[in-house]
Design a protein around this ligand. Structure first.
Ligand code: MTE
Ligand code: MO
Length: 364
């Protein structure tokens, strides 16, 4: 129904939440049928001809735009950007402690596309932002029953990010009209920030003094204290997530794959988020005792992941644990273990990537 590959790993069918298998993430631009989908409610079917965007709040005068007007009045821009869910790689937390009520995303809750639209900054400047503005809120018509109380999906970013050149109101993905499942006719794209802020089907932009009070900004997408009860968490609890944390994973070989003795090709992705870049990726074939630097692929844009690859020598009998860790341009490295990162909602597992492979012929 959503034009996705047949082997998507579907965590929920209603609302549809799915990630591609590792094999769907090998390319710089993720094929449209492999791009992961994260929904908190039913996908609204909006008509591009009747869709409107209301820009309101701390502005000179509220304005309502049609898609035609957005396209005509503002310059078009294209940004290659990686979308990454804060729940990406949550699966790795489950061996530490369960994360009840959340989908066990593998490494595929991240994907990359070329997004085309207008700059949110151009629209905000045209409408006129008041001096007391501090945040920009996005709202969509999908109603989520997960929220307490059930409400429309929404969120906000600080005004400084909203005015950054890379933030778009996008109507196209890889030069094709934005599919409904990815937020068509128009979504917000906030490169370098968690996917949750890239609000799909956006119909209202509100300039505010404070962050959005929407459940998905005030209560969800927050790193709670380890012993906190997520069902009892209220607005303002925990650390509110914004910029994406440094992360990586191994895309090949696959976990459990039988590989031969000798040279084995390993490849994966790394993503640093916001104003950081991927500086190096180290790979280990002996569980993290010794390391070699992988070859970094091209940086498609400052807002996108980088693929990396290398070959390792698998001497001796398996199974072997392949490990990868990325370093960013601040010199920071991913933490070693999910054990130190576990949190009640299971966000931001950016611990070292580990894939256990078997030696061909092994039963283990
Ligand atoms: N309106 C709306 N926007 C939304 C969501 C949603 O449920 N409703 N999910 C968010 C989350 S958590 C993520 S990770 C991204 C996923 O975008 P995608 O489905 O296009 O991959 O959309 C974000 N925007
Ligand atoms: Mo997300």
């Amino acid at each position: 129904m959503w034009c996705k590959r047949a082997d998507m790993i579907v965590h929920e069918s209603d609302p549809y939440n799915a990630e591609p298998p590792r094999a769907g993430l090998h390319e710089t631009l993720t094929p449209a049928d492999s791009f992961y989908v994260r929904n908190h409610g039913p996908v609204p079917q909006l008509d591009a001809a009747t869709w409107t965007l209301e820009v309101t709040g701390l502005v000179a005068e509220p304005v309502r735009f049609t898609l035609e007007r957005l396209r005509e009045e503002f310059a078009h821009h294209t940004v290659t950007a990686t979308m990454q869910c804060a729940g990406n790689r949550r699966e790795g937390f489950l061996e530490v402690r369960d994360v009840p009520g959340e989908d066990p995303w593998g490494p595929g809750a991240t994907s990359t596309a070329r997004w085309t639209g207008v700059r949110l900054a151009d629209v905000l400047r045209a409408v006129g932002v008041q001096d007391s503005a501090g945040h920009v809120e996005f709202e969509a018509p999908d109603v989520s029953e997960i929220a307490d109380p059930p409400q429309h999906y929404g969120g906000s970013v600080p005004l400084s990010k909203a005015l950054a050149d890379e933030v778009l109101l996008a109507w196209a993905m890889d030069d094709a009209p934005l599919p409904a499942v990815h937020g068509g006719p128009v979504r917000v794209v906030v490169p370098g920030w968690i996917g949750a802020r890239s609000v799909k089907w956006v119909t209202r932009v509100t300039v505010r003094a404070e962050p959005s009070e929407n459940y998905f900004q005030a209560t969800a997408y927050r790193v709670l204290e380890p012993e906190a009860d997520p069902d009892a968490a209220g607005p303002g609890d925990g650390i509110s997530l914004g910029p994406v944390a440094l992360n990586c994973d191994i895309l090949a070989p696959e976990p459990g794959q039988a590989v031969g003795t000798g040279e084995v090709r390993i490849l994966g992705y790394a993503h640093a988020g916001e104003d950081r870049g991927v500086a190096r990726v180290d790979v280990s074939a002996d569980g993290g005792h010794s390391w070699q630097a992988a070859e970094l692929g091209p940086e498609p844009s400052p807002w996108a992941w980088r693929h990396w690859e290398t070959t390792v020598d698998l001497a001796g009998p398996g199974p072997h644990t392949l490990v990868a860790r990325a370093w960013d341009t601040t010199g920071a490295c991913q933490p070693e273990s999910a054990r130190t990162l576990w949190n009640p909602k299971g966000y931001v597992n950016n611990s070292w990537a580990r894939v256990r492979v078997n030696q061909a012929g092994d039963q283990g």
